[in-house]
Design a protein around this ligand. Structure first.
Ligand SMILES: Cc1cc2nc3c(=O)[nH]c(=O)nc-3n(C[C@H](O)[C@H](O)[C@H](O)COP(=O)(O)OP(=O)(O)OC[C@H]3O[C@@H](n4cnc5c(N)ncnc54)[C@H](O)[C@@H]3O)c2cc1C
Length: 364
């Protein structure tokens, strides 16, 4: 088995909001690939996959090499659309999204640290589907808590393009209206037309809004290689359609190419925990297929997500998905995800254990 990865290390987006309030560093969220090679004999190649030839079953690499495959699994994450006004690198540095952990995250942390007391932090949320549905609301909560402590009288304004909170509605409503009342203002159905990066002014359906810090999360689509290879046949060409029994592409002619994680269009949340589960269902289907067997016809997956609501407390959201043969999709068992009824310190500690388990399993 060969793993082709363009970056030397993996920086976890999960828990990256805690870098903003100084609880974690990027280094603490960085994982290498050496243990996968050592413990499982995986051949790790550091290169970018630049194209795929589904006919000869080969991938082209940035090194110039070509590599044949029997089965190809893609999990290239997302790429971002450009918000009008943020076309240049300097504008994207002035107005970070911090939705891909790394330099963007520390940039946003530094801007938060430099914000004056009594300032305005504006967070913009794109229309669903986007990576980590509860993530932006979580960010608003921990930023509000940080501002209450270190930058008194500051405010957080959430401009959400969606008609309502897209995940964990009860806990976030409670957080916005009670725990962070007077600090967070939530405005659904918001449209950001453009952003003036130099003067930090958003042009919106509410009129112009001037802020001290703008955290603008752009619309998202599947990782670049999915589009390059023509596998973006779902969600108006934004994501990759897959058979949810095997995660094999639904593009005709793309046999033996599987897409998991945020790049795929499934009825499950775009989340790391789900990406891990999809990897397992996909691997199982590939092993069965290599033995001439059909995939498991009733796969079950689960999504768990802990959500910091303050710098010391957390809630959680969990869902079990089961394959529905009528709609040929994964459906939430019981009709809706379950939210924790508490927001407390114990759950913040459980979150750290859940994260360590997920990462140690993923990176061997
Ligand atoms: C602030 C924040 C908080 C989050 N919190 C949670 C949480 O609490 N729980 C949860 O479950 N999820 C959470 N998520 C979501 C989670 O991070 C993503 O769903 C998850 O990372 C998706 O995994 P992926 O493999 O699809 O993409 P990624 O994690 O982005 O991995 C893609 C990998 O592919 C590599 N790559 C891309 N293209 C190529 C190429 N052409 N050639 C070679 N390599 C390539 C990249 O370098 C990268 O390493 C959070 C996200 C954010 C932004």
């Amino acid at each position: 088995m060969t793993l082709i990865e363009k970056a030397p290390n993996y920086i976890s987006n999960i828990l990256s909001n805690s870098v903003l309030y100084g609880k974690k560093t990027i280094l603490q969220l960085t994982y290498g690939y050496a243990d996968l090679a050592k413990n499982y004999g995986i051949n790790v190649i550091q290169a970018e996959v630049t194209n795929i030839d589904p006919v000869s079953q080969q991938v082209m690499l940035s090194t110039g090499a070509r590599l044949g495959y029997d089965r190809l699994v893609l999990s290239p994450g997302i790429q971002f659309d450009v918000i009008p006004g943020l076309e240049t690198v300097s504008a994207q540095t002035a107005i970070p999204h911090a939705w891909q952990a790394g330099a963007q995250t520390t940039n946003l942390r530094d801007q938060l640290n430099a914000m004056p007391a009594g300032g305005l932090f504006v967070l913009t949320i794109p229309a669903a589907p986007y990576r980590c549905p509860p993530g932006p609301y979580e960010r608003a909560c921990v930023v509000a808590d940080y501002l209450k402590t270190y930058k008194p009288r500051s405010k957080v304004l959430i401009l959400d393009e969606n008609a309502a909170i897209t995940a964990e509605k009860n806990n976030f409503t409670k957080a916005f209206n009670s725990i962070h009342a007077g600090v967070i203002e939530y405005r659904p159905a918001s449209t950001v037309l453009s952003i003036d990066a130099t003067n930090r002014i958003l042009d919106t359906n509410w009129g112009p809004i001037k802020a001290n810090v703008i955290n603008a999360i752009p619309d998202q689509r599947a990782g670049k290689i999915v589009t390059t290879a023509g596998l973006n046949n779902a969600t108006n060409g934004r994501f990759a359609g897959v058979d949810m029994l095997s995660y094999e592409s639904t593009v005709s002619g793309a046999k033996s190419i599987h897409i998991i994680g945020d790049s795929s269009a499934t009825t499950q949340a775009k989340a790391g925990h789900i990406a891990n589960q999809e990897g397992k269902v996909c691997a199982d289907a590939i092993v069965r297929s290599l033995m001439g067997q059909a995939p498991d016809l009733l796969p079950v997956t689960n999504s768990s997500c802990y959500t910091p609501i303050t710098m010391e407390t957390a809630s959680w959201l969990s869902a079990v998905y089961a394959y529905d043969t009528l709609s040929k999709s994964m459906k939430v068992v019981g009709g809706s995800a379950t939210e924790s009824t508490y927001i407390n310190k114990d759950q913040y500690e459980e979150m750290e254990k859940w994260f360590d388990n997920l990462m140690s399993e993923t990176f061997a």
